[in-house]
Design a protein around this ligand. Structure first.
Ligand code: SF4
Length: 394
């Protein structure tokens, strides 16, 4: 098994000249280890073209809301949280949250991504009332909120199961459960960087429960903890296994896969790895692009692959559109979790996203949280010629 024949199979499948050939775990590791980046990206682009066509790239107008920074989980890579009792803790009031959503409505936004820490002081009723408040006052906004670890925290303080929590939050107005907190779904890595988060099986179980309730879900992945390529593929395998099971049992699964590198500033993980160790941590542009390309080929049953402009910068995010990504994410308006550990840009206007897409040669298409197409305003962003798909020759 060599990278050339693996890419050839993938290319022929994408071109429709050969039967489906699902990428195996060992094959993905070979591609990760050995395939030249430009050919790997080209094969991933071919797959993206086969799945989404050659010309469109989607984006979302939304807002992040980080409703509380109180957290008891102490992940080593997190600079956002404050432990209970710390004098920099905050929990936003319903009125503050509502004000943020009104600002989103003013720019035509359709979704909030509301996540925070695991705050043991908030009773279950607080979450239900918050969702009811948002649904009443902002009925056109999709509420994608919390993450599996927050759902586990809410279950613990309320003596409910995570499935009961999700069921009641859905009834109160929850639209989706974002994929935050997956990081690296490999036991050893997780035990090292966020031991109090529990094993990957917990994240996967809560996600499966959300999918059984037909909540909209996404899968995330943070790379650069010093893990091996095999462990990166192991993360993808666990995500793909759940995708397959949920599609077959619930008819609904992850909409998308979003990866980014761990940030190394201002957190205990970065401090612990000062010096020589550090060169092998995080991920530069080529490493990130390799990961995006392998994920497009491996995660054949996940529709969308997102490029990450907040962590990788606009230019690398554009490059990812030629290596498997078909979506540039969202406007965000604010971001306080990842940015606390080192990113510098955490808000983009709709025109900026359109500009990014057009200058890469694609047509921007506005979408909603479920990746359904919306009417796209012409904001006058510059465009560039649309590139023709490039046949893969290895
Ligand atoms: S990443 Fe989330 S769960 Fe971990 S410490 Fe930060 S806020 Fe808490």
């Amino acid at each position: 098994m060599d990278w050339k024949s693996i890419l050839q199979h993938q290319s022929e499948w994408s071109a429709g000249t050969a039967a489906e050939h699902r990428l195996g775990v060992e094959e993905a590791i070979v591609l990760y280890d050995d395939a030249p980046l430009h050919l790997l990206m080209n094969a991933a682009h071919q797959r993206r073209v086969a799945m989404h066509g050659p010309s469109e790239v989607t984006y979302l107008v939304d807002r992040n809301i980080n409703y509380t920074n109180v957290c008891t989980i102490n992940c080593q890579f997190c600079s956002f949280y404050r432990p209970p009792g710390h004098d920099e803790t905050y929990t936003q009031s319903f009125e503050e949250i509502s004000g943020r959503i009104s600002a989103l409505e003013e720019i035509g936004g359709v979704r909030i991504l509301m996540q925070g820490g695991v705050n043991p002081a908030l009773p279950f009723e607080w979450y239900e009332e918050l969702l009811s408040h948002i649904r009443t006052n902002h009925p056109s906004i999709a509420i994608d909120c919390f993450s599996p670890i927050e759902i586990e925290g809410i279950a613990e303080v309320s003596n409910l199961s995570t499935l009961e929590v999700l069921t009641r939050l859905k009834a109160a107005g929850m639209h989706g459960l974002p994929g935050g907190g997956a990081e690296m779904l490999v036991d050893d890595v997780r035990k090292d960087v966020s031991p109090k988060k529990g094993l990957p099986a917990n994240w996967l179980r809560v996600m499966e429960e959300a999918q059984s309730l037909h909540l909209t879900t996404s899968a995330t992945n943070v790379i650069g903890f010093g893990e091996s390529n095999q462990q990166r593929v192991e993360h993808m395998r666990r995500v793909r296994d759940l995708q397959d099971a949920s599609l077959s049992q619930h008819g609904m699964a992850f909409t998308s896969f979003i990866a980014w590198p761990v940030q190394l500033e201002s957190n205990s993980f970065g401090r612990r790895n000062r010096g020589q160790n550090r060169v092998t941590l995080g991920a530069g542009s080529s490493e990130y692009l390799r990961h995006v390309a392998v994920s497009r080929l491996f995660l054949d049953s996940i529709p969308s692959i997102q490029s990450s402009w907040p962590t990788m910068g606009i230019k690398t995010a554009q490059m990812a559109l030629f290596g498997g990504a078909n979506d540039v994410g969202s406007t965000m308006m604010e971001e306080n979790v990842v940015s606390a550990s080192g990113t510098t840009k955490f808000s983009a206007s709709e025109m900026e996203l359109q500009h990014v897409i057009k200058r890469a040669g694609f047509t921007p298409v506005r979408r909603d949280s479920d990746y359904l197409r919306l009417e796209t305003p012409d904001l006058g962003a510059d465009s560039a010629p649309v590139p023709a798909p490039i046949p893969v020759q290895v």
